[in-house]
Design a protein around this ligand. Structure first.
Ligand code: HEC
Length: 150
């Protein structure tokens, strides 16, 4: 029964991913080649699992954050304006005061013990879910960006 439930939820994940990514009709995704489109789908499926395991406790499953403590990722200006900075935050955490969508946050986010591929997947997920549309962030981008974190 447990096995059946697991495979059912995998089917659900794959099908829900398929329908949401077909809604992405931005100019950037039109220009993406088909290999990148497939990778975008794969990264979102894997990224959503990483999100649930490592991020949803604080930022919440719907990405809306929690009150004045955990900032939102859904529709977050701070996230979407600098993906390199977001990659560094996911890897190393974040402690300074920041302003997200006009709200000031001054809390502590711990770093995450995940691989560069997993960072690419979870960053692709959070920047292409809940109405966010940034397209694919590849593991090559992450390798490059993480060498320059402040
Ligand atoms: C223990 C709670 C916690 C966890 C777990 C956590 N975060 Fe955060 N996150 C925070 C807090 C608190 C801040 C704001 C830090 C500050 O005030 O400087 C933040 C800030 C951020 C920001 C920048 C601000 C914004 O809203 O755009 C991003 C991006 C982010 N987190 C992504 C993630 C991702 C992705 C994960 C999972 C890999 C994650 N966080 C896991 C608490 C958490």
């Amino acid at each position: 029964m447990k096995k059946l439930l697991t495979s059912l939820s995998i089917v659900f994940l794959i099908s829900s991913c398929g329908s949401s990514s077909s809604e992405i009709k931005s100019a950037s995704s039109d220009q993406m080649n088909s290999r990148d489109k497939i990778r975008l789908k794969q990264y979102k499926v894997e990224g959503s699992k990483i999100y649930t395991a490592y991020c949803a406790n604080c930022h919440q499953q719907d990405g809306k954050g929690l009150a004045a403590v955990f900032p939102p990722l859904a529709g977050a200006d701070y996230l979407m304006e600098d993906l390199k900075r977001a990659a560094c935050i996911i890897k190393n955490g974040q402690a300074d005061e920041i302003v997200v969508n006009g709200e000031t946050y001054n809390q502590m986010m711990p770093g995450n013990p995940i691989t560069n591929l997993e960072i690419a997947e979870v960053l692709t997920y959070i920047t292409n879910e809940w109405g966010n549309e940034a397209g694919l962030t590849s593991v090559k981008d992450i390798d490059k960006w993480l060498q320059k974190c402040e």
